[in-house]
Every structure is written in C-alpha cells, then in structure tokens.
Design a protein around this ligand. Structure first.
Ligand code: NZQ
Ligand code: ZN
Length: 391
C-alpha cells in the first residue's frame, strides 16, 4: 500500500430538486460572471436548461452561453470557451451535461488562466497552475467527471484523446439529480454503466497489493452497477436505479482508489478504448465493453502470477464457487460478457463496425507514447494481440 493524502474537494448536492442550490453555490465560490456550457441541446428539450437559467436569472448572475459542445469534445470547443472567458472577463463556469460538456469546461477553466495555447496544458507540456472555479450539473451518469479532477479532450486530425488532470479542476460543487438522467436514451445509459464498471475494474485489477479498503468498496460498487443497469433498461424512469447508478458513477472515479493506497497510473483498457472512439466516433462506454474481456484473457495468459486477483474478481463479484483459480477467473470473464450482452453492448469489434485492417493502426495509436500496461507490458505488439482477440 502506497502512502496517501485523502482529499476529495468537490461538494455533492445529491437528489431531487438540488438545482435550488446552484445560484447560492456559484456566489459562495465567488462567481459573478459565468460561462454556461452545455452540449447539443438535450437540456433544452428536457427542461434542465430552464431550471439552470431560472437559478442564474433569479440571483441576478450575469452569464454567457457556450452551447454545442460535442461528444468526445474537440479542442476547438475548448478554444471557443477560453476566448469567451478572456474577452468577457468571466470568473466562474457552470457546465451542464455528461462527461463531454464537463470535461470541456475543465479544460476551459485551465485555459482561461493561461497565457499560451491551452493545448500546452492538455498535452501535459506545461503543468496546470491555476484554474477558474467551476460547478457542474450532471445530466448523464458514467464518466465520474462530476467528482473527479480530470477531463478528456480530443485533438487533431487523428482525434487523439488527451487527459488533462489536476486537483484545481475538481468542481467546487456538483448538482446530482437522478431525475435529470431519465431522458438519457438506452444506448447512452447502458454505455454509462459500462464506463462506471470499467473505472472500478481498472482500479481493482492492478498489481497494488494490500489495499483492502478501496478494493472492498470497489466490489460493492461493481455489484451496484450489475444490479441496477438492467433495472434502468427495463424502466428508464426508475428513480432508485438511476440514483444508485449516478452515485456509483461519482464514487467510481472520485479518486478513492489512488487516494487510499493504490498507485495512480495507466488505465490500459481506457487507452485502447479511446482509440476506438477516435477512429469511429464510438461511444466511450461501448469501447470499454469491447476491450475488457480480451484484456482480461490476455493478462491471465501472460501474467499468471495475477490469476488469484482475477479469481477473486470472479468469486466476489459473480459469486462463482469454482475452487480452481484459473477456471474461476475464466468463468468470471464469461459472466462479465453475459452482463455486457444483457445491457446491449456489441459482442465484438467486428459487430461494432471496425474493419480488420484498422487493428494495426489502433495498436500503433494506443501505444504511440509508450507502454500502457499495468500487469503486463502492453506495447504495439501486445496491443495488436488484444485488439485482434476483441475483433
Ligand atoms: O449533447 P447533448 O444534446 O446534451 O446530448 C448528449 C450526448 O449526445 C446526451 N445526453 C446527455 N445527457 C442527456 C442526454 N440526452 C438526453 N437526456 C440527458 N439528460 O448523451 C450523449 C453523450 O453525452 P456525453 O457527455 O458525450 O457522454 P459521456 O458522459 O459518456 O461522456 C463521454 C466523454 O467523457 C470522457 C470520454 O472520453 C468522452 O469524451 N471521459 C471522461 C472522464 C473523466 N472526466 O474523468 C473519464 C472517462 O473515462 C472518459 O474518458
Ligand atoms: Zn471511462
């Protein structure tokens, strides 16, 4: 177990009607001139936009809007936000939406306080050392952006995804009203559940040893996802299921793991999934469901010393009784595949529309900055093997 400092600085207003805390929160954290960011318009048709501007107008808070932030947000949306921040002397950001609107807002928050090109901060060439305070109103559960310190931005012609990560990018507060997620369609709702599960698994299936508290918490939250995702599929307006998934989203990536003794490091499945999103504009959570079982099988085969960890996953999450570790681990992977099938994820990359001649390109891109492995090295060759297994 690593040494750690435990500090999760985002306040969560969770539950029905919590939007009533938006304006007072903005003022409490020093906001008087706000950039209001959101996506492609879902918030206008489901009433969330009206509730947000009623809050801001009711408190006499000046705001300028940046609408149309795209899924897998491109850096161009960030540039536009930074320009609006600087030209209008804005001092606070309210981001309304899913991970894409929230992530763009985080990069804008950092860019607004930086004199150079915000890409310097997104690429990690220059460290973030200041950021505009921001708050979020979450409308889709999955990424965990509402309670974490990271944002993912897509850059350039080959759509490379970069993560900008810094504690200054933790929202000051987030409004988490499960009713706001009722209108998320089945595809995106289930992809969000797959994303939550992957965040938990990427932190659970790591070489760190002795981290019982975060591992046991993770097991519990994984079970929450397995139990509640099918309920949402059955009834999108199931408040309790939506609430459990929303809180699972926040708890999965708020930093409990690496703040409770695990090393902060690579997420290999995410690294490979990001390239699928970039190539085919595929929904983030879908890419993770496509890669995870193959990554598990590859790791089991090539790093047998970690077999007990995969067997523990199988037994504690899927209640598999098999006493042989290798058999139990493989049964766990089959159960996981069955779960993905229940929530409607495509079976393999072929079914998801990826062609075989794209696999090498994906492997090159996923590893272009080096080894992305945790339990085994994953360079170009290994990434190609995993993509091929997933195809
Ligand atoms: O743009 P609008 O019109 O709002 O529609 C969105 C979008 O089309 C729609 N939607 C959101 N809330 C809705 C709704 N539709 C109806 N009713 C609502 N209440 O859903 C679609 C997808 O939204 P998006 O924000 O793109 O989805 P998600 O939350 O999955 O975010 C994905 C992005 O987050 C990044 C991903 O890489 C991807 O770019 N991630 C961010 C992370 C983080 N900040 O920590 C970690 C994750 O691993 C992930 O990488
Ligand atoms: Zn994710």
């Amino acid at each position: 177990m690593e040494n750690f400092i435990f500090n999760i600085p985002t306040r969560a207003y969770f539950g029905k009607g919590q939007i009533e805390n938006l304006a007072s929160g903005v003022k409490e954290f020093g906001g008087s001139r706000v950039l209001l960011t959101y996506g492609g318009g879902s918030i206008k048709s489901n009433g969330i936009y009206q509730a947000v501007i009623d809050q801001l107008n009711g408190a006499g808070i000046f705001y300028i809007e940046l609408s149309g932030i795209k899924p897998n947000p491109p850096i161009e949306d960030v540039y536009e936000g930074v320009r609006l921040m600087k030209e209008n002397n804005l001092d606070f950001i309210v981001a309304v939406g899913g991970g894409s609107a929230l992530d763009a807002a985080k990069a804008i928050a950092a860019g607004a306080k930086y004199d150079g090109d915000v890409f310097d901060l997104i690429s990690g060439k220059v460290a973030v050392n200041d950021a505009t305070p921001l708050a979020t109103v979450l409308t889709m559960a999955g990424t965990g952006s509402e309670l974490d310190m990271g944002g993912v931005i897509t850059v350039g012609e080959n759509h490379k995804k970069y993560a900008i990560i810094h504690p200054l990018l933790n929202p000051k507060f987030s409004i988490l009203d499960p009713e706001y997620t009722f209108t998320v369609n089945e595809h995106h709702s289930m992809a969000g559940c797959s994303d939550i599960l992957s965040h938990l698994m990427e932190q659970y299936l790591r070489p760190d040893i002795g981290c019982d508290v975060p591992d046991r918490m993770n097991e519990g939250i994984m079970k929450v996802v397995l139990d509640n995702a099918p309920k949402i599929k059955e009834n999108p307006n199931d408040y309790i299921a939506r609430a459990n998934i929303m809180w699972a989203s926040s708890m999965a990536l708020a930093g409990f793991q690496f703040m409770m003794g695990k090393k902060f490091g690579a997420f290999p499945v995410h690294a490979m999934g990001h390239e699928l999103s970039s190539l085919n504009d595929m929904t983030h959570g879908v890419t993770l469901a496509l890669i995870t079982p193959s990554w598990m099988r590859y790791t089991l085969k090539n790093a047998p010393e970690f077999t007990p960890m995969f067997a523990r996953f199988a037994r504690n999450i899927f209640e598999i009784l098999e006493t042989d570790d290798v058999k139990a681990a493989n049964e766990g992977i089959e159960k996981l595949e069955h779960f993905y099938e229940i929530i409607g994820m495509p079976k393999n990359m072929r079914e998801a529309g990826v062609s075989e001649d794209e696999l090498k390109y994906l492997a090159d891109k996923a590893t272009e900055f080096g080894d992305i492995g945790t339990m085994t090295p994953i360079t170009k060759t290994e990434a190609l093997e995993i993509y091929t297994m997933a195809w």
